[in-house]
Design a protein around this ligand. Structure first.
Ligand code: ADP
Ligand code: MG
Length: 676
C-alpha cells in the first residue's frame, strides 16, 4: 500500500520515462498526483437530438440499427453505423478507431459521446460511453510525453491506494466556518464527481485551499522578511513635527493617515516593506519627503529612486525647495548617469562619509560603487516601472533598509493581494481640496476641429495644453516623425503661440530645457510622445489632447490625463479616437465615465485579465490551478484574512490541527522563493 508522501515512481507502471513526464507537470509525490485536478469536465449526461443544437458535444443513447462498417484510407479509417435515438436514426462516424467496430452489435443499447451535426443527423463520435462512465468525465491537462488518459488511470490507481488518508491542510476551524469539505472528500469529488453539484462544491473547497496555502506562504515570507535586519529608527519627533508644520499646505486626511502608518512602521524594530498607492496628483511626494526626513532626524540617510532623469531632477529640485521653504537644513543631492566623473566621485565620497542626507537618482543609484554611510530608507517612485530584479537589488549585500514603494497606477485588489501580497499597503484615496475633476470627452477624428477650437479658447484664457501624438507601435522613428508632423501643423494653426516638441530621441538636457520652458509658460502647446506620461507637474496646463487615444492602454490614458487638473483651472481631456474593437470602445467609455483610477484599474483587469496587465510572469501574479483570482476575489480576500489570523495566533505552528499544514508549507516554501 502506498503512502501519499511516496514518490510517484513507487506506483506500478511508472518507470523512469513516465516519472520524468510527471515531474514535468510538477507531479512528484502521490499527493501531487491525486491533487492534479481536471481543468474541466465533459458532461456525459444523455440527451435527445431534439434537445441538442448543431455543434453541441452530447451523449446520445439508442439502439444500434445497422452494423458497423469500417472503411480504410491508407493509415486512416472511418467506422460508421446507425443508431436509433428517440425515433431518429443517427449516423455515427468514428475516425481512426477501427477497433471500435467489434463493440457495435445490432439491436443492442449503446451510448456515444460526440459532436452533433443537426443538418446531417449525424454524430462524430469521440468515445463510447460505457455503463460505468460517470456523468461527468474529468479532462486533464496533459503533455506530449504523457496523455490525459494515462494520467487519469494513474490517478485512479493512486487514489485507490491512498483514499481517505490525506490530511486536510486548511485548519478544521476554518473549514467549519466556511463549510468547506474535508480534503479526502474534496479530492474524491474533484477527480470523480458524481454530478455537477458535487463538482462545484469540491471546486469551492479546492479553490479556497489553494488561496489559503498561497496566502500562508506570503504571510510567512513577510514575517521572515520583516525580522531580517529590521531596524528601529530613532526619529526625532520634535524636529519632524516642526517640518510638517512648515509645509506650504495642510495635508489631506488620507495623507495624514498614510504618513502615520509609515512613521509607525519606521519606529518599529521590524523591516518595513510598504506600497503607497495614490492616484496621480494625490500628493505622494510630500508623504515621501516626511518619511525621508524622519530617518534624517535619526541621523540616517534616505534615497529616492525615480524611473526617468526628468523625474529625478524634478524631485531633487522640488524636495530641496520644500525643505528649504520649511527652514530645514539638510543636504539633497542628485545622482544621474549624466554627471561628470569628477562630480560623481565627489558625491559618492560625501555619501559614504554621511555628508549627504538624501540622494535622489535613477537606477544609476544601483551601481555597485554607490555606498551609503547608513541608509535608513529607500523610496521608489512609480515603482511599477521598475522590474522585480531592480527592486530586490536594492536589498542585496546585507543592507536591508526600509522600503517605501510608490505607485500612481492603482492596483486592483486581486493584484495587490497576489502580486504585492508580501507588502503592506497604504492608500491615498483623496485628492487635495480645491481640485476640480477633469472633464473627459471622446471625439472621433472628424471632430478634431472642435477640439482644436476648444484648445484655442483655453489658450486665449492663458492656459496651456498638452498634445500627445499617436503612438506608432515598435517604431520610435515613426513616433518622432508623427509628433513632428503634429507639431508643425499646430504651429501653423496657432501662430500666436509657441509650440514645443518633446520626444524620446532628445537628450536629457534638451528634454529638461523644454520642460522648463513649458513650466515657465514660454511654450504654450507641448506636443509629446508618451514621455510626458510620468510625473510632470505643470499647474497652468488645462488641456490634454490625446490623438489616436485607442492605441493607448487604460492605465496609460489615465496617467496622461493626470498631467492636467493640477492647479486652479478647470481641466479637460480630449480623446480623439475611432476604435475598431469592442475593447477599444470599452476603454474610451471607461475613461469618460470615471476619473477614479482604482475603478479604471478594476475595469482594466476585467477587460484584459491579470496575465495581460503586465504579462503574468512580470506582474508576479501566480497562476492558480483551481481558483480564479478575479472571479473568486471575495474568496481570495477571505483566505488572506484567515491566513493572517492563523499566523498571528501564538505558536500556531505547534498546534495539532495545523501539523499537516506546517509540513506541507515547509516542503513547498523553497519553490516559492522566486517570488521575492
Ligand atoms: P503624485 O501623487 O502624483 O506624485 P504630487 O506629489 O506630485 O502627486 O503632488 C501633486 C501636487 O499637489 C503637487 O504640486 C503638490 O505640491 C500638491 N499637493 C500635495 N499635497 C497637497 C495638499 N495636501 N494640499 C494641496 N496641494 C498638495
Ligand atoms: Mg509623483
Amino acid at each position: 500500500m502506498a503512502n501519499y508522501q511516496d514518490q510517484v515512481e513507487t506506483l506500478p507502471g511508472v518507470g523512469p520515462k513516465r516519472a520524468e513526464a510527471l515531474h514535468a507537470l510538477n507531479i512528484f509525490t502521490i499527493e501531487d498526483l491525486v491533487t492534479y485536478y481536471p481543468y474541466r469536465y465533459e458532461d456525459l449526461a444523455v440527451r435527445t437530438p431534439q434537445e441538442s443544437l448543431d455543434g453541441d458535444k452530447v451523449t446520445f443513447k439508442g439502439i444500434v440499427s445497422t452494423p458497423a462498417v469500417v472503411r480504410r484510407f491508407g493509415k486512416r479509417s472511418q467506422t460508421y453505423f446507425g443508431l436509433m435515438v428517440d425515433q431518429a436514426n443517427i449516423r455515427v462516424n468514428f475516425f481512426n478507431q477501427p477497433w471500435l467496430a467489434k463493440n457495435i452489435v445490432v439491436d443492442q443499447e449503446l451510448a456515444v459521446y460526440g459532436t452533433y451535426n443537426a443538418a446531417k443527423a449525424s454524430l462524430t463520435g469521440i468515445k463510447l460511453v460505457t455503463a460505468s462512465s460517470d456523468e461527468l468525465a474529468a479532462i486533464y491537462p496533459a503533455s506530449k510525453e504523457i496523455n490525459a488518459k494515462t494520467i487519469q488511470n494513474l490517478i485512479e490507481l493512486a487514489w485507490s491506494q491512498v483514499r481517505g488518508t490525506l490530511p486536510s491542510l486548511v485548519p478544521a476551524s476554518i473549514r467549519t466556518k466556511y463549510r468547506l469539505l474535508d480534503r479526502n472528500q474534496q479530492v474524491e469529488w474533484m477527480q470523480f464527481p458524481p454530478d455537477p453539484y458535487h463538482a462545484k462544491q469540491a471546486r469551492r473547497s479546492a479553490a479556497f485551499e489553494e488561496f489559503y496555502i498561497f496566502q500562508m506562504r506570503l504571510q510567512l515570507l513577510k514575517l521572515s522578511d520583516q525580522s531580517f535586519a529590521g531596524e528601529k529608527i530613532q526619529v526625532d519627533l520634535q524636529r519632524w513635527q516642526a517640518f510638517k508644520d512648515q509645509l506650504p499646505f495642510k495635508l489631506t486626511t488620507a495623507q495624514e493617515r498614510v504618513v502615520g502608518e509609515i512613521l509607525h512602521d519606521q519606529q518599529r524594530p521590524l523591516h518595513m516593506n510598504r506600497l503607497l498607492q495614490g492616484d496621480v496628483g494625490s500628493g505622494k511626494t510630500v508623504v515621501a519627503a516626511l518619511a525621508m526626513y524622519a530617518v534624517v532626524t535619526a541621523g540616517l540617510q534616505a534615497t529616492l529612486m525615480a524611473p526617468t532623469e526628468i523625474l529625478a531632477q524634478q524631485h531633487a529640485q522640488g524636495l530641496a525647495k520644500l525643505f528649504d521653504q520649511a527652514g530645514v537644513d539638510l543636504r539633497v543631492e542628485l545622482l544621474t548617469a549624466g554627471l561628470k566623473a569628477s562630480q560623481r566621485r565627489q558625491i559618492l565620497a560625501d555619501l559614504e562619509v554621511g555628508d549627504i542626507d538624501i540622494l535622489i537618482g535613477t537606477h544609476a543609484l544601483l551601481q555597485p560603487d554607490v555606498h551609503f554611510h547608513h541608509l535608513g530608507l529607500v523610496v521608489i517612485d512609480e515603482q511599477h516601472r521598475f522590474g522585480v530584479n531592480q527592486r530586490s537589488k536594492l536589498r542585496e549585500g546585507g543592507v536591508n533598509p526600509d522600503v517605501l514603494a510608490m505607485t500612481a497606477t492603482p492596483i486592483p485588489r486581486t493584484l495587490s493581494i497576489t502580486a504585492y501580497g508580501e507588502m503592506d499597503i497604504s492608500i491615498i484615496d483623496q485628492l487635495p481640496a480645491g481640485r476640480k475633476p477633469i472633464e473627459t470627452r471622446w471625439l472621433n477624428h472628424g471632430q478634431l476641429d472642435l477640439a482644436l477650437a476648444f484648445m484655442a479658447e483655453q489658450l486665449a484664457q492663458g492656459a496651456q495644453a498638452y498634445v500627445v501624438a499617436p503612438l506608432i507601435e515598435e517604431s520610435e522613428v515613426l513616433d518622432v516623425q508623427n509628433a513632428q508632423a503634429v507639431a508643425s501643423q499646430l504651429t501653423e494653426s496657432f501662430p500666436k503661440y509657441q509650440v514645443g516638441l518633446l520626444h524620446g530621441r532628445l537628450s536629457n538636457a534638451e528634454k529638461q530645457a523644454l520642460m522648463a520652458d513649458f513650466k515657465a509658460n514660454r511654450i504654450q502647446i507641448l506636443v509629446a510622445t508618451t514621455v510626458v506620461e510620468v510625473g510632470v507637474d505643470v499647474a497652468n496646463a488645462s488641456l490634454m489632447l490625446i490623438l489616436d487615444a485607442d492605441r493607448f492602454g487604460l492605465a496609460q490614458l489615465h496617467q496622461l490625463r493626470g498631467r492636467v487638473g493640477r492647479g486652479e483651472r478647470q481641466s479637460y481631456a480630449f480623446l480623439i479616437a475611432d476604435p475598431k474593437t469592442d475593447y477599444g470602445r470599452a476603454r474610451l467609455e471607461a475613461m469618460v465615465a470615471t476619473n477614479d483610477g482604482f475603478k479604471l484599474a478594476e475595469e482594466d483587469l476585467k477587460l484584459r485579465g491579470p496575465g495581460d496587465i503586465l504579462g503574468t510572469k512580470q506582474s508576479g501574479v501566480p497562476e492558480f490551478r483551481v481558483g480564479d483570482p478575479i472571479k473568486d476575489l471575495t474568496m481570495l480576500t477571505i483566505a488572506q484574512q484567515e491566513a493572517i489570523a492563523t499566523v498571528e495566533e501564538s505558536a500556531w505552528d505547534n498546534q495539532v490541527e495545523n501539523q499537516a499544514l506546517v509540513e506541507y508549507l515547509s516542503q513547498s516554501m523553497a519553490q516559492y522563493r522566486h517570488f521575492d
